[in-house]
Design a protein around this ligand. Structure first.
Ligand SMILES: Cc1cc2nc3c(=O)[nH]c(=O)nc-3n(C[C@H](O)[C@H](O)[C@H](O)COP(=O)(O)OP(=O)(O)OC[C@H]3O[C@@H](n4cnc5c(N)ncnc54)[C@H](O)[C@@H]3O)c2cc1C
Length: 451
């Protein structure tokens, strides 16, 4: 603990980064108040990670439950921060805590910026992922995919979306649309195991044939690359559908083509070449266009933070302190910074995907949270007075009452878990039952409390 002082720390966001901050600082003896938009904790560990990754999800859930049982950890689910939400950033700062850490993830969607992107059948990957993981607001919405789906991207999220389309939607064909070539693929080879049983090997060989000259021009040997690419199709998960999975390389979507009902009928694609750039390559459009038929398009190209929250924002990111000062110059990386006045926001910190959108896996977000907790600890040593948890909690409760908010505490979460377990006969494709509307969850929580 900093000196012998116990401080009150507010952590906004209960994903892997927020839970890491809360865990470290609670172990150090501070009082932690967690404010979380979702009723459930876990963030993308609950609503992002693929449903069949039971071991990973279960392990994280267990750790997070343990944290929330601690006496000095106070959970407030169903509390959103932002303009017009339960609390504004200023409200949270005004509660009297010694520090506030924002770990609210990257909730904004990158503008796709191609003509026709509002057509029916165009989706953002995060929305699809929220849908199949049953996040309220997304779980019940229809996601009509048709027969042939183009997924734009070459990372792990593209693989997850393809996995869902193959395993649950059982569409006829999925094509990953990749701006550069196979060498520049970004997914983890282990992840491809979830979909490699469905690979259209002949289609992939034809695709390599189509782009081989362009690969050779930057010194890539198409035969070797094809071997390396397909050698990763090992330990494939058992095939559960006839879906064919393929790739379209060196291709950039320029326009979404629609039918008379504004439904996707294809993509206007531009062919790319590769140019060397140092050790790497860049894609350069060849101004050769063609139509690529498909029924739906999912953009899996990363996320940005939510600029409407009310934290200083620029270019898809919340702004952190550009000036390396203080005991440890790297502390600046976690300090929120108000450019309009050229000063750090005293006592306000950022961690996880809120600090660096779409950066890394759970382990990376956790490490970021741990690191941020150290930065906060150093900051607290500069504070002569600790905090009064009761006073902060009273003020928070009274503000939430005034706003007619319905926060959910750890007992409420337990009641929800009991209620959902009673629906074991109604487990859906994700292998468990989850209410998909906040009202339903809140009603069950209240019933559980009353009984
Ligand atoms: C599709 C997908 C699949 C993934 N699969 C894996 C995988 O298999 N393995 C792996 O290790 N990693 C995986 N990841 C990465 C992992 O999910 C992230 O690294 C991690 O969740 C980021 O943690 P975070 O705490 O920064 O943000 P998040 O997990 O996004 O948590 C943010 C939290 O903030 C809350 N929040 C948001 N806005 C507000 C607000 N305005 N006010 C209050 N609270 C708010 C949310 O309710 C949420 O609880 C995947 C990511 C995605 C997108």
């Amino acid at each position: 603990m900093s000196g012998s002082q116990s401080h009150v720390i507010i952590v906004a966001g209960a994903g892997p980064a927020g839970m890491a901050v809360a865990s470290s600082l609670s172990k150090a003896g501070h009082e932690i108040i967690i404010l979380n938009r979702d009723i459930r904790f876990g963030g993308l560990a609950e609503y992002g990670i693929f449903p069949s990754k039971l071991k990973l999800r279960g392990g994280l859930k267990k750790q997070y439950w343990e944290l929330l049982q601690q006496k000095n950890v106070h959970y407030f689910g169903n509390v959103s921060i932002g303009h017009g939400k339960d609390l504004t950033v200023e409200d949270v700062r005004g509660l009297g805590a010694s520090a506030v850490v924002f770990t609210i993830g990257a909730q904004g969607t990158k503008a796709i910026g191609v003509e026709g992107d509002s057509a029916q059948g165009v989706f953002h990957a995060k929305d699809v992922v929220y849908h199949y993981n049953r996040l309220p607001g997304f779980g019940d919405r229809p996601f009509e995919m048709g027969k042939h789906v183009s997924v734009i991207g070459a990372g792990d999220v593209m693989v997850d979306i393809a996995h869902w389309l193959i395993r649950y939607k059982k569409v006829e064909r999925v094509t990953a649309i990749v701006r550069r070539g196979p060498v520049e693929r970004k997914y983890n080879p282990k992840e491809i195991r979830s979909i490699c049983a469905n690979m259209d090997l002949e289609g992939i060989r034809n695709e390599f044939e189509r782009i081989k000259d362009r690969m050779a021009k930057v010194g890539q040997n198409p035969d070797d690359v094809l071997k390396g690419f397909t050698d990763e199709f090992i330990k494939c998960e058992p095939q559960v559908s006839q879906t064919k999975m393929g790739f379209r390389f060196l291709a950039s979507p320029k326009r979404i083509l629609v039918d008379e009902h504004n439904r996707v009928r294809g993509l206007e694609m531009e062919d790319n070449r590769l140019d060397p750039k140092g050790e790497d390559t860049v894609a350069v459009g060849l101004k050769q266009y063609y139509e690529f038929p498909c029924d739906a398009v999912v953009f899996a190209v990363g996320d940005k933070v939510d600029e409407t929250v009310g934290l200083p924002y620029k270019n898809g990111m919340f702004i952190t302190n550009p000036n390396k000062t203080g005991n440890d110059p790297d502390d600046s990386l976690f300090q929120a910074y108000d450019e309009t006045v050229g000063k750090i926001m005293d006592g306000v910190f950022l961690a996880g995907w809120a600090r660096k959108a779409s950066e890394g896996l759970v382990g990376v977000a956790k490490r970021d949270g741990d690191w941020c907790a150290e930065v906060v600890e150093r900051y607290l040593t500069s504070k002569s007075v600790g905090g009064d948890a009761r006073a902060v909690l009273d003020q928070l409760h009274s503000l939430l009452r005034k706003r007619q908010s319905r926060p959910v505490d750890v007992n409420g979460l337990r009641a929800l878990e009991v209620a959902e377990r009673s629906f074991t006969d109604k487990t859906d494709c994700i292998g468990e039952f989850k209410f998909t509307a906040n009202q339903d969850m809140l009603a069950r929580i209240e019933q559980g409390r009353a009984s």
